[in-house]
Design a protein around this ligand. Sequence first.
Ligand SMILES: Cc1ncc(COP(=O)(O)O)c(C=O)c1O
Length: 408
Amino acid sequence: MNAADQPAAPEPHVMKTYGRLPMALSHGRGCWVWDTDGKKYLDGLAGIAVNTLGHAHPRLVPALQEQVGRLIHTSNYYAAPLQEKLAAKLCELSGLTGVFFCNSGLEANEAAIKIARKFGHDKGIARPEIVVYEKAFHGRSIATLSATGNPKVQVGFEPLVEGFVRVPLNDTAAIEKVAKTNPNVVAVFLEVIQGEGGINPASADYLREIRRICDQRGWLLMLDEVQCGIGRTGKWFAHQWAGIKPDVMPLAKGLGSGVPIGAVVCGPRAANVLGQGNHGTTFGGNPLAMRAGIETLTIMEEDALLDNAAQIGQWLADAFRRELIDIRGFVEVRGQGLMIGIELDRPCTDLLLRAAHAGLMISVTADRVVRLLPPLILNAAEAEQIVAILVPLIKDFLSSSPAPSSKP
Ligand SMILES: Cc1ncc(COP(=O)(O)O)c(C=O)c1O
């Protein structure tokens, strides 16, 4: 190749893996964020269910500052008292018994998949399989995108990881059929409320039924609470509404209130499956992330944020139903607590920019579902403002965009 054939030296850039809105955010306080032009936004997204305590929380910030000045990172070569403290708290809140710490949701799910496979191998199943769900989202590593039930996430990355059997959500007959026909199944893996898939809840009856099937068959019940856990639905973990316990529960997002963290929390059947040398991570469980997790859970308890999420979330869902019920193009409101999806009958990603112009941060998922995941500190006045901004935007959008049936 001569010099003329060389591609021009590219400009340094961040790779374009995201469709980004144009505003650059500068700072935040509580449920409010400001951009670099000084424009103010009400945060209805919390960094996708991450900023549990909002921004610049007056008790979290000094605790993290103190920790940064003391110790950010060591390694998992050494005893880790902050890991022990956070693990004890997560076990107390969940009724489970063992925790592995990592750095993100997909890492927690990777650990869960490894636990399921090793659990199978330990039982003599050489090719263990895991039941996963249509419309599920578990992350973007090769194994977790293979478990994900969205072809858009998978295309271009084949070959996918094998060992997953897919079923529809809330369909007991489908899972009974798998149970009867597939002797290699070792685990059932699902989100209690599918987040990226469009805020689709697993019903309490379905969760109880799969708990029963897992017990009967000796399978692990693995509940991905990366998005719906940590108080978002008004209980510590969304499955607690159904009165069941999982064997494996991946967590991340809201646990560190913005500091990257992941955890896989296990019950007695799963907590000893991984032994020394089976799994590890350099950053996982570092003192800064552990301190963020401990402080987040402490402040949530002190400020009764579970009750707040339940009450304000119920008020928001009722308000959206009341305001939108007669509007053509509105389908339904789904979710629990401060995990709310408003389904429309047509793709509505245009609403992202319209909401940003109106001073509100939201998300749109599964093309047609407006999603709200605000900080759990959201107060009644802020909830009223979300409704006051979003309802007219949705009405205006529905009246000015073509209904699905009128498409050519
Ligand atoms: C339910 C669920 N699991 C896993 C993930 C992946 O988490 P992360 O982006 O931290 O890897 C997400 C992210 O949206 C999620 O919603």
